[in-house]
Design a binder for this molecule. Structure first.
Ligand SMILES: [Zn+2]
Length: 235
């Protein structure tokens, strides 16, 4: 079943002209997240699929998402270039009290940017029927984790929500009166996140094509905004 899903997704990517050129392996294993991909430049890609995802209706969607990362990595898209990530990180002035925790949160934020560019392909290939329900669940999860959490959880939740709404809006899947907009507004008020709208717009409007320098600037803006929200006390 996994093989069949993989082959149909690969055929769809070939039609787009962005099928993987490097060898791809796929393992199904017990893990917490749904899926992930490791790439070695010029070497190949290893897609990890969780047991849960392998048995679910989301399987083709997950493989399409991971293949989106693969296509962006092979194309050396700036969003998937670790050198650009490092350059953006090096430009931040992270106060001492935040230095231990910040890299992980920054990694999440950058990962959301990668996910947007991966999904631009994935949504073309797999369609958008399930997208709204999928991201609505993300928004709900973010809200419940933040409700019981620290400022780090609140800001991580805000990034998840901004990513989800931004991604939906990017693909015209967020109506003007969509209840998710209200949920986001409530979240921003409850947790004192002033930049939620700006973050959502950043994800929605990520340009493509994008130059290395432009991408670096966007990441700096994203990370500086994240850092500012962290330093603001919760509401
Ligand atoms: Zn991803």
């Amino acid at each position: 079943m996994v093989r069949r899903a993989y082959e149909s997704v690969q055929a769809a990517y070939a039609k787009l002209g962005v099928a993987p050129q490097w060898p791809v392996s796929l393992v199904v294993e017990n893990m917490e997240i749904m899926g992930a991909t490791q790439s070695r430049p010029g070497g190949g890609h290893l897609i990890h699929v969780s047991l849960r995802a392998a048995k679910s209706e989301m399987l083709a969607g997950l493989i399409a998402h991971e293949m989106g990362h693969i296509a962006r990595t092979e194309a050396r898209h700036p969003s998937h270039n670790p050198t650009i990530h490092d350059r953006a990180m090096a430009r931040l002035r992270v106060p001492p009290g935040f230095r231990r925790g910040f890299p992980r949160l920054a990694h999440n934020a950058i990962n959301h940017v990668e996910d947007i560019y991966a999904d631009d392909y994935a949504m073309t290939v797999i369609g958008t029927d399930r997208a709204h329900g999928f991201f609505a669940e993300w928004v709900g999860n973010a809200a419940s984790i933040a409700a019981a959490g620290t400022r780090w959880d609140e800001v991580a939740g805000a990034l998840d929500i901004a990513f989800s709404l931004g991604n939906l809006a990017r693909h015209r899947l967020l109506r003007a009166n969509d209840p998710l907009r209200r949920e986001a507004e409530t979240f921003a008020k409850t947790h004192g996140i002033e930049a939620l709208d700006a973050l959502t717009a950043l994800f929605r409007d990520l340009p493509d094509p994008v130059s290395d320098a432009e991408c670096e600037e966007i990441l700096v803006t994203l990370l500086e905004t994240t850092l500012r929200e962290l330093q603001r006390a919760s509401a």
